[in-house]
Design a protein around this ligand. Structure first.
Ligand code: DNO
Length: 392
């Protein structure tokens, strides 16, 4: 597979010369400064492409070309936004960039409650606690119906998440609440989604307004909106030979009363068939998939390798109570070694990036984006390079 790395543009503290030193071949990035809903112009794309190439690297994948909320909930201006999307795709292809990742998660992209969860060895990693997430939902966000939903939540036999959230109420310090808001809707979202910026003064209010757009929207309606999106953009993908690849939901379960439609075998069957075109494919994010006990990640890789256009390698542990944490890239539920074998056999040119990685050896003091440390990711990349060499 092609060794790629997610780089956040010229402002990223991790520079392209650093990436060359550690064996990166291709860059995964986006025009992070273009506001949501605006066309990515050819000039802007060319400027970044040339900058990347001037460092001896190539721009391999766009992650992400964001799908605006109006397309996802089916708002009145969605056709106009779809034309913006098509034009950005044409401009990317004109500059030779033909692998484009996106997601179809309403409002909230990936979700974690703790960004620096300590490990016994002194490193830290990302963590998702159902009790803290329910606490955020019920007592901080105060979402209508949240308490009833958590009372009925029975995914983990024997676990009463509502009772745990209520117990947390007695011990949660005010800075703990602030930390949850930061982790769930600011620090994890600010640099990826464009919905919320790190400097927004009232992120909770903004977040509530975004959630309200989806009031009453069912899973079936979200699916129909995804079909509408795919039907609208596939002709351009055909014409420009673009591989569009949806990122799985992270975690692969509904959150905050919002439906999610890209987190299981059944979902992938549906979305690949809804518009059955080889350009309609998957970003195989092993980490997101491994956070769901319903997913057999290796079986999914075997089944969908042909429709995979981009691979994210990482792996989660699901704890006995159902919480999940990100494992080392050689441990956890995903079985990265076997995944390397499958994807390498399917298509040795497939772009792959190591995802997340631990925070270690001072990464935590450098102000990197959540989950995107330098040393931790470099360590994971080296592990994967070794696996790939052994397989070859
Ligand atoms: C988080 C990322 C996601 C991902 C988008 C793709 O670390 O995996 O934000 O980039 O969902 O659209």
């Amino acid at each position: 597979m092609e060794l790629t790395w997610r780089w956040f543009g010229r402002k990223d503290k991790i520079t392209l010369p650093m990436l060359r030193q550690i064996g990166v071949e291709g860059i995964v990035t986006a025009l992070h400064d273009v506001p949501l809903g605006e066309v990515w112009t050819r000039e802007q794309i060319r400027d970044l492409r040339e900058y990347i190439e001037s460092h001896g690297l190539r721009w391999s994948v766009v992650e992400s070309l964001p799908v605006t909320e109006t397309i996802k909930y089916g708002g009145p201006d969605r056709d106009r936004q779809l034309e913006v999307y098509r034009q950005s795709l044409r401009n990317l292809a004109a500059e030779g960039i033909r692998t484009v990742c996106y997601n179809f998660m309403p409002v909230l992209d990936w979700a974690r409650t703790d960004l620096l969860h300590p490990n016994p060895d002194g490193t830290s990693n990302l963590y998702f606690s159902y009790a803290e997430f329910a606490y955020f939902d019920i007592f901080i966000l105060r979402r209508h119906g949240a308490r009833e939903e958590w009372a009925a939540f029975n995914r983990f036999p024997g676990r009463n998440v509502l009772a745990e959230a209520e117990a947390l109420r007695k011990t949660m310090p005010p800075e703990g609440e602030h930390r949850l808001v930061e982790n769930i809707i600011v620090k994890t979202q600010g640099f990826v989604s464009g919905n919320i910026r790190e400097d927004d003064e009232h992120p909770l209010e903004l977040f509530r307004q975004l959630l309200a757009l989806y009031d009453g929207l069912t899973r079936e309606q979200l699916r129909e909106n995804m079909r509408y999106f795919l039907e609208a953009v596939m002709p351009v993908c055909d014409e420009c030979n673009i591989n569009l690849c949806v990122h799985p939901d992270d975690p692969p379960v509904p959150v905050l009363g919002l439906p999610r439609i890209a987190g299981s075998d059944e979902d992938f069957e549906w979305l690949l068939r809804a518009v059955d075109n080889p350009h309609n494919g998957l970003t195989f994010c092993a980490g997101s998939l491994s956070a769901g006990l319903h997913n057999d990640v290796v079986a999914l890789a075997r089944k969908y390798a042909r429709r995979t256009h981009f691979v994210h390698l990482r792996s989660c542990h699901v704890l006995p109570n159902g919480d999940f944490t990100e494992a080392s890239h050689l441990a956890g539920r995903a079985n990265v070694v076997e995944l390397c074998r499958i994807f390498e056999a399917e298509n040795p040119a497939l772009p792959m990036r190591v995802d997340h990685g631990r925070t270690m050896l001072g990464d935590e003091t450098r102000g990197y984006n959540a989950g995107y440390s330098f040393l931790g990711r470099m360590f994971a990349l080296a592990q994967v390079q070794g696996v790939l060499a052994a397989i070859k």
